[in-house]
Ligand binder design. Structure first.
Ligand code: B12
Length: 221
């Protein structure tokens, strides 16, 4: 019988090779417990994301692939393609929920990351990882048709003992007038207030692109 640990570690190694360096296993029943989705229980779930490790891989792919450069959402497309390839080559059928699916069909991927023990949800509502702090993006939730873990990993346990310096900048950003794009520095201050994982802060271009979606930042690495 296929052991979910082997499937998970193989997928995570292959995902890391394309800059998607987060892949946390969890029991598939959580997917349906957090939002009503038809999902097989007892299978292997994987919540997939990335840290700053994504950017050099993405920059190289943008240089080589004109279709990716022309895509309306190059980061989402890169993730769909690369995650799709890795899952298609896994030794099991799979379903994927994309984190970038917009409301009203958006899936609560931060809540899933918390339930899976990958992150805590901070008072500022960012998902915070014990090593990377808030400097991660969540990209997809996959369910693979192999018998999975019975229980999720222990909670990440990062925010409980924190004095929550993210709370005040969060209230400030929330109350500020204007569009989210025009307030991006206030939202950046929320992330910067987290004491965990500061050394994993996104490099300047990645950071600006994520907050502003200014496509000129995708050119030239
Ligand atoms: C739609 C969306 C947005 C919208 C609307 C947000 C809103 N408040 O209504 C906009 C475009 C404004 C947005 C902005 C940002 N977002 Co956003 N967003 C999403 C998305 C795709 C869906 C949210 C949703 O409806 N979920 C479904 C419901 C049922 O689940 P929920 O957990 O209750 O969802 C709520 C929260 O996710 C919240 N929310 C969404 N984004 C953010 C970001 C912050 C900082 C906060 C406080 C709350 C928040 O809004 C939802 C509805 O109330 C999620 C990915 C996902 N699938 O969750 C990313 C996501 C939550 N966003 C993210 C981020 C980083 C941001 C920004 C900080 C930066 C950016 N990308 O521009 C800004 C912050 C500004 C802000 N006011 O929220 C990240 C968070 C990463 C993390 N470590 O936790 C996510 C997980 C995407 C990702 N690829 O990682 N976002």
């Amino acid at each position: 019988m296929t052991d979910w640990r082997d499937v998970a570690s193989d997928a995570s190694r292959r995902l890391a090779e394309v800059g998607l360096d987060i892949a946390a296993p969890f029991p598939s029943r959580l997917v349906g417990e957090l939002a009503s989705r038809p999902v097989l229980a007892g299978r292997l779930g994987l919540v997939i994301g990335n840290t700053r490790a994504l950017w050099p891989h993405l920059a190289r792919a943008l240089e080589r692939e004109p279709a990716l450069r022309a895509a309306p959402h190059p980061v989402d497309r890169y993730c769909e393609e690369r995650i799709g390839v890795v899952l298609d080559e896994a030794p099991a059928a799979h379903d994927v929920i994309w984190a970038h699916t917009p409301p009203p069909d958006a899936y609560p991927v931060q809540a899933l990351a918390e339930a899976a023990g990958l992150c805590d949800i901070a008072p500022c509502r960012l998902a915070v990882h014990a090593r990377f702090g808030p400097w991660l993006a969540l990209r997809a939730v996959a369910v693979l048709d192999v018998p999975g873990p019975a229980e999720p990993s222990a909670p990440a346990g990062v925010c409980a003992s924190c004095s929550a310096p993210c709370r005040a900048p969060f209230e400030l950003a929330r109350a500020a007038p204007g569009s989210p794009e025009s307030r991006w520095r206030l939202w950046l201050a929320v992330r910067d207030a987290c004491p965990v994982g500061r050394e994993h802060r996104y490099p300047e271009r990645q950071l600006r692109y994520h907050y502003t979606k200014d496509r000129s930042l995708l050119a030239g690495g």
